[in-house]
Design a protein around this ligand. Structure first.
Ligand SMILES: [Zn+2]
Length: 216
């Protein structure tokens, strides 16, 4: 997980938020009324703010990993937030399915938009853990099963990413050509970028290796 900044409310949502909410509250059986948040302008803005990644596991949303719009507080627990911009984000199908309609006051999932999640989550290679005593981080990780081999496909992709990183780092450290060394450094910086897949894990590995790569 990376810390994320919320983008401005998409125009179509500012313009229709109240009407859409009222229509949905009045008739919850209509899928047309329910899924208006799937408007392309809304979905694209959400993808832009997360770097086209699942907000939780950092998998890129695309053909292999489809994404769903995710309600931080599920509609079943707060119907008035069904179209609330601050309540919407994007998650991969695997994370979304596991979170389902979980929400408990005081035991909420970590919120990458409103708190420093990068210090609450720990990375043990491809597996996630949590800072000691941080129960909300533990609940988030365990509910999403980000600490178990059950997420086999995700863990495999993360291991491939670690191999790629190790190769680039090795080349960067040993390389004598200044030009190639610079190119390797740029590659590491790209892998560290907030929008890069699994960059939370990449950041932690680079830190563990004691490698100092300045982002600016
Ligand atoms: Zn995910």
């Amino acid at each position: 997980m990376r810390n994320i900044e919320k983008l401005a409310t998409p125009e179509v949502l500012s313009a229709n938020h109240e009407e859409w909410t009222a229509a949905y509250v009045a008739d919850k059986t209509s899928t047309t009324k329910k899924y208006r948040y799937r408007h392309p302008q809304i979905k694209t803005t959400l993808k832009e703010e997360t770097g086209w990644k699942c907000v939780y596991c950092e998998s890129k949303i695309g053909h292999n990993t489809p994404g769903d719009i995710e309600h931080k507080i599920p509609s079943s627990k707060a119907v008035h937030l069904h179209f609330a911009w601050e309540n919407l984000t994007i998650a991969c199908t695997e994370c979304n399915r596991r979170k389902n309609d979980y929400y408990k006051v005081g035991e909420e999932f970590l919120d990458p938009y409103n708190e420093d999640v990068e210090h609450s989550i720990q990375h043990y290679g491809p597996v996630l853990g949590w800072s000691n005593g941080n129960e909300r981080a533990e609940i988030t990780v365990k509910t999403l099963e980000l600490d178990t081999v059950v997420r086999f496909a995700l863990i495999s992709r993360k291991i491939e990413k670690i191999e790629e990183l190790n190769n680039v780092i090795e080349r960067y450290v040993k390389e004598e050509s200044v030009t190639i060394k610079t190119l390797m450094k740029q590659k590491i910086k790209r892998m560290l970028d907030k929008t890069a897949e699994y960059s939370g894990m990449i950041k932690s590995i680079i830190k563990a290796k004691g490698l100092t790569i300045k982002l600016s």
